[in-house]
Design a protein around this ligand. Structure first.
Ligand SMILES: [Fe+2]
Length: 246
């Protein structure tokens, strides 16, 4: 059994965060301490991590907390900012940085949706990986693949052509777990063989309803994923603002 912590949408030193008085670095440190205190060693960072000058600092923090990390790019990330990090060069293809692992009884796919889509080359690679394996799939991606109930994010900033990926994953007829972020909210759903887990941001949250994008408070969070020989449990961890200032 292994537990993995997923952090998403850190937006370190984002100009809007600074303007709104949100200390994104302090938020991250608080979450990393919580993860370390739970005895978790493995972290997945699922995109929108931060401004260019923060990526080295982020890598240093992960080292300081003794965490082993893997990361995905989000739509706010620029690949050049990650070039110095371990694994980046060897996992970079024409359509982005993506890779696969076979661990804990899962085919694990780490995708790059930073261009708001999974292009034809990455899609062909993904299909080959899935067709060469009969293991359940654990798929990390910045953008949700399934619609989350026509949220403002679904309407304004969804991944393009997401239904193509959804339909392929449905066709696998074996368990597929999608772990993602981007929407700055917690949302979990299951459709046939697909379970999708959208995870809270460590910056701020956004409302699930309404005509426009609106903030939904400054409580932050992350996700724990417990994997054990091809089975998976996952739950959201909330870190209230009050707990961070007391
Ligand atoms: Fe995003």
């Amino acid at each position: 059994m292994k537990r993995i912590a997923q952090l998403t949408d850190l937006h370190l030193d984002d100009s809007m965060a600074i303007a709104n008085g949100v200390d994104t670095r302090a938020n991250l440190v608080h979450v990393l301490a919580d993860i370390r205190d739970k005895g978790i060693r493995d972290v997945v960072l699922s995109g929108d991590l931060g401004e260019a000058h923060t990526i080295g600092w982020l890598a240093d923090q992960l080292l300081l907390f003794g965490l082993s990390s893997r990361y995905l790019l989000g739509n706010h990330d620029r690949p050049a900012d990650y070039a110095a990090l371990a694994g980046f060069a060897e996992n970079t293809h024409a359509e982005g940085c993506y890779f696969t692992l076979r661990e804990d009884g899962f085919l694990q796919l780490y995708l790059d949706s930073s261009r708001y889509e999974i292009g034809s080359g990455q899609m062909a690679w993904l299909m080959r990986q899935c067709n060469d394996s009969d293991e359940p799939v654990l798929l990390f991606i910045h953008h949700p693949v399934l619609d989350c109930g026509n949220t403002p994010m679904d309407r304004f900033y969804p991944m393009r052509k997401r239904d193509i990926l959804r339909d392929f994953l449905l066709s696998l007829r074996r368990p597929v777990h999608i772990v993602c972020g981007h929407y700055h909210t917690c949302h979990e759903q299951q459709i046939q063989n697909i379970s999708q887990y959208v995870t809270l941001s460590t910056y701020v949250q956004l409302k699930k309803t309404g005509l426009l994008l609106e903030m939904d408070g400054r409580d932050i969070g992350y996700r724990i994923i417990e994997v054990n020989s091809g089975t998976l449990r996952s739950w959201s961890m909330e870190v209230p603002l009050l707990a961070r200032v007391s």
